[in-house]
Design a protein around this ligand. Structure first.
Ligand code: KG4
Ligand code: ZN
Length: 344
C-alpha cells in the first residue's frame, strides 16, 4: 500500500559536492533518505570536481528510484521537487538541478530551489514518526560547520536567516581534512581525527588562536601553524607523528572546538538568544557535540544537536526546506540555474 496524495509529499535532491542524495518527506516526516557517497575521491586526498559530477550522473537515477521505493511512494504521488541550487561545485549542482527540472516538468509539479546552508540548519526540523523530537525556538543561533563553510547564523524564522559571522578563508572542515592529510590520513580526514582523538590527550600540545575581528573566523593560519609544528617536531624525531598520533589529533581537535566556541559564545551573548544549534558535517564531531552540551548546561542555553545522518550532506534537509518554501508559496521555474556562491 502506498501513501495517499492528500498531503505534501516532497522529493529532495542534493548534489552540491560529493554525495548524491534523494529523500522523501511527507508533511515534515521523513520517509526515506538515500545517500550514495563517492569513494573515488579518497585516493586524491580531496574532492575532484570533474569526477564528482560524473559520479552524480551515474548515481542520481538509482538514488532517486531507491528513495521512492523505500518511502513506498509512486512518482505520481509527489507534490513538489526540491533541489540544491547552491552553494557548491557548479558541475555537481548542474546534475541535480537538471534532473530536478526535468522530473518536475515531466510530472507537472512545482520545482523549489533550496540553499544548501539553509538546508543544513533546517535539518533540525526533520521529524521521525517513531521518535519525535523538540525543535529550536526562533530566534536561535546556529553554528554551521562543514567542508566548505563556517558560519554563525541568526535564525529568525524557517526562511529568514542572517549571517552574523563566517570564516574569512578556509572552513573548519577543511582545517580537519588538511591536517589529516599532513598526518597521512585519508580523505575525508575529519571523522578519522575524531576517532583517533578518543585515545589521545587533548592537553598535550597547544596552538594559538588566529586574530580575526567580530564574529568571524580564520582557519588558514591554523593549518600553516600545524604544518610548522609537525615539521619542527619531525626534525627532532622522525617517528613523531607515528608515536604521538592520538595526542596530536586530540589536541588539534580540541583547539578547533575551543576556537569555534569563543565566537559562538560571543554571538549568543550579543544577540541574547537562549536556543543554540550546530549543523553541517563537522557537527558530527564528538568533541564539538559534547562541548555544546556542556556549554549549554553552564550558560543556560537550550542546545540542539542534529542526528548523525543529518549532519553531513543529505537530501532530507533539502526536502524539509522545500516543504517550508512550498508552504510560503516560494517556487522556482524552469529557467532556474545553479549558483556556486549562493548567499542566504
Ligand atoms: O556538510 P558536509 O557533508 O559537506 C559540505 O557541505 O562541505 O561536511 C563535510 C565535512 C568534511 O570536511 C568532513 O571532514 C567533516 O565534515 N566531518 C567531520 C566529522 N564528520 C565529518 N569533521 C570532524 N569530525 C567529524 N566526526
Ligand atoms: Zn554541506
Amino acid at each position: 500500500m502506498s501513501v495517499t496524495n492528500k498531503y505534501n509529499i516532497i522529493l529532495g535532491i542534493e548534489s552540491s559536492c560529493d554525495d548524491t542524495s534523494a529523500a522523501i518527506i511527507k508533511n515534515g516526516e521523513i520517509l526515506s533518505n538515500v545517500i550514495a557517497d563517492q569513494v573515488i575521491h579518497a585516493k586524491y586526498g580531496g574532492v575532484v570536481p570533474e569526477l564528482a559530477s560524473r559520479a552524480h550522473q551515474q548515481n542520481i537515477l538509482p538514488v532517486v528510484d531507491a528513495a521512492l521505493k523505500k518511502a513506498n511512494v509512486a512518482k505520481s504521488e509527489l507534490t513538489a521537487i526540491a533541489y540544491t541550487k547552491g552553494p557548491g561545485l557548479l558541475g555537481s549542482l548542474l546534475v541535480g538541478t537538471s534532473f530536478a527540472k526535468s522530473m518536475a516538468m515531466g510530472l507537472n509539479i512545482p520545482l523549489i530551489d533550496v540553499n544548501h546552508m539553509q538546508g543544513h540548519i533546517l535539518a533540525h526540523f526533520i521529524q521521525k514518526k517513531e521518535k519525535p523530537k523538540p525543535t529550536p525556538n526562533f530566534p536561535f543561533i546556529c553554528l554551521t560547520v562543514s567542508g566548505g563553510h563556517t558560519q554563525i547564523v541568526l535564525v529568525k524564522d524557517h526562511l529568514s536567516m542572517e549571517l552574523i559571522g563566517e570564516t574569512i578563508d578556509d572552513a573548519a572542515g577543511e582545517a580537519f581534512d588538511k591536517a589529516a592529510k599532513l598526518l597521512g590520513l585519508s580523505y575525508p580526514g575529519g571523522p578519522l581525527v575524531d576517532k583517533l582523538s578518543k585515545e589521545g590527550d587533548a592537553a598535550r600540545f597547544t596552538f594559538t588562536f588566529p586574530k580575526v575581528g567580530e564574529l568571524n573566523y580564520s582557519f588558514s593560519g591554523l593549518k600553516t601553524q600545524f604544518l610548522y609544528f609537525l615539521q619542527k617536531e619531525e626534525k627532532l624525531n622522525d617517528k613523531f607523528i607515528q608515536q604521538n598520533l592520538n595526542d596530536i589529533c586530540a589536541s588539534y581537535q580540541q583547539h578547533i572546538v575551543n576556537y569555534l566556541f569563543i565566537k559562538l559564545k560571543k554571538a549568543v551573548a550579543h544577540y541574547n538568544v537562549k536556543d543554540v544549534a550546530i549543523a553541517g558535517g563537522v557537527s558530527a564531531n564528538s568533541c564539538l557535540r559534547k562541548t555544546l552540551e556542556k556549554t549549554g548546561q553552564e550558560e543556560g542555553w537550550n542546545t540542539f544537536i542534529p542526528e548523525f545522518e543529518y549532519c553531513t550532506d543529505n537530501a532530507a534537509m533539502i526536502a524539509i526546506t522545500g516543504q517550508f518554501k512550498l508552504e510560503k508559496g516560494h517556487k522556482s521555474d524552469q529557467s532556474a540555474t545553479p549558483s556556486a556562491r549562493m548567499k542566504f
